[in-house]
Design a protein around this ligand. Structure first.
Ligand code: UDP
Length: 326
C-alpha cells in the first residue's frame, strides 16, 4: 500500500511509519512539527505543512498520491489544555479533519483510519468499555474527537468515504529497538513521568494525582497499550477498509487495568531502583477507571496485542528514555 500519514512525526504516527515500512508499505508523512519531531520521520517522504492549509493538502493528495489509505494523527491531545483553549482544539481537530475529508472527496481518496480516543466516553458507566458504551465526552478534546466520529458516518453516507476510528486507551511504550519513542513537551503521561523521575539529568519529582478514588488502592486505573500494538491495529484496519465499506469504530486496549501505584511498582522492577513520589490533589476530569473491551477489534480485525505484560511495555519505554535520540 501507499499510505499518507498525517501527523507521522508524532509519537504514535512515527511508530506506525516504521511498522508500515517493515512489512513493505510506502508512506508519505505530513506534519506541521508543532509537537512532532523531524528526526522521528526516518522511513517516509516528508512534507512540512499544516492540515489547516486546504490548498496544500489537495496538492499533496493530487501530486504525491494516489494513496491506497490515509491515516490521520494530527491533533491536539491534552485534556487540560482543551479546557483552557477549546478554540485550538475545535480548529485543529475538527476544522483540520474537515479540511482533510473535503480534500479526500475532491481528489477521489476514500479510505481513512482516524485516531480517536477513550476520551469520547467521558465518565464511564461501567469499567469494561465496549463500542456500545454511550459517548458523552466531558472535555473539548473528547468532544472534538466525537464530533469527527459522527462526521465520518455522514461522509460515508453522502460521499462514500470508508473509515475506521480507533479509540486508544493509554498509549505507551516505545520502539523496542530504541530508534523512536515518546517525547512530549511538557510531558503529562504517567509512564514517561515515572521513568524521567529516576534519570539523573532529567530528574523531575513524580506526582501521583489523587489517592482517594473508588479503586482498591485509591489511585486511578488505566488500560496501558503498547504503541506497536496500536501500530498493528492501524495496519489491520487499513487492510480491512480495502475489503469492507462502512464507517467503523473499535476500542483498543489490553483489557487489563493497572492503578497508578501498580504502574510505579512495575517500573521499580524494570529500573531496579526505588521510585519516590508525592501524593497530590486529583487532576480535573480524570475518571477513576478506564479499561477497554477490545473483543470487537480482536474478532473483526483479528488484532492480537503482543505486549500484554506491563513490565515489558515499561521496559521498552525505559530503553528509549535512557538514550533519547531526539
Ligand atoms: N498520573 C499521575 N502522575 C503523572 C501523570 C499521570 O498520577 O505524572 C495519573 C493520571 O492522573 C491518571 C493516570 O496517571 O490517573 C494516567 O494518566 P496519563 O496522563 O498517562 O493518561 P490519561 O489517562 O490521562 O490519558
Amino acid at each position: 500500500m501507499k499510505v499518507l500519514v498525517l501527523g507521522g512525526a508524532g509519537y504514535i504516527g512515527s511508530h506506525i511509519c516504521k511498522a508500515l515500512t517493515l512489512i513493505g508499505h510506502q508512506s508519505v508523512v505530513i506534519d506541521n512539527l508543532s509537537t512532532g519531531h523531524r528526526e522521528a520521520v526516518k522511513w517516509s517522504q516528508f512534507v512540512e505543512t499544516d492540515i489547516l492549509d486546504s490548498a496544500k493538502l489537495i496538492s499533496i493528495l493530487q501530486h504525491a498520491g494516489p494513496f491506497d489509505l490515509i491515516m490521520h494523527f494530527c491533533a491536539k491531545s491534552l485534556v487540560g489544555e482543551s479546557v483552557q483553549n477549546p478554540a485550538l482544539y475545535y480548529r485543529n481537530n475538527v476544522s483540520g479533519t474537515l479540511n482533510l475529508l473535503d480534500a479526500m472527496v475532491a481528489t477521489g481518496h476514500d479510505k481513512l483510519v482516524f485516531s480517536s480516543t477513550a476520551a469520547v466516553f467521558g465518565m464511564p458507566a461501567q469499567t469494561l468499555i465496549d463500542e456500545q458504551h454511550s459517548r458523552l465526552p466531558i472535555n473539548p478534546y473528547g468532544q472534538s474527537k466525537k464530533m469527527i466520529e459522527d462526521v465520518l458516518g455522514d461522509y460515508h453516507h453522502a460521499y462514500g468515504i470508508r473509515s475506521v476510528a480507533l479509540r486508544y486507551f493509554n498509549a505507551c511504550g516505545a520502539d523496542p529497538e530504541g530508534e523512536i519513542g515518546e517525547r512530549h513537551d511538557p510531558e503529562t503521561h504517567l509512564i514517561p513521568n515515572i521513568l524521567k523521575s529516576v534519570i539523573a539529568d532529567k530528574a523531575s519529582a513524580l506526582k501521583v494525582f489523587g489517592d482517594n478514588y473508588p479503586t482498591p488502592d485509591g489511585t486511578c486505573i488505566r488500560d496501558y497499550i503498547h504503541v506497536n500494538d496500536l501500530a498493528s491495529a492501524h495496519i489491520l484496519a487499513g487492510e480491512y477498509l480495502q475489503q469492507h465499506d462502512g464507517a467503523f469504530a473499535f476500542n483498543l486496549g489490553n483489557g487489563n487495568g493497572f492503578s497508578v501505584l501498580e504502574v510505579i511498582e512495575a517500573a521499580k522492577q524494570v529500573v531496579q531502583q526505588n521510585i519516590a513520589y508525592t501524593i497530590e490533589p486529583p487532576r480535573a476530569g480524570d475518571p477513576s477507571v478506564l479499561v477497554a473491551n477490545s473483543t470487537m477489534a480482536r474478532e473483526t480485525l483479528e488484532w492480537q496485542p503482543k505486549f500484554t505484560e506491563i513490565e515489558s511495555i515499561i521496559a521498552t519505554a525505559w530503553t528509549w528514555h535512557q538514550n533519547e535520540k531526539f
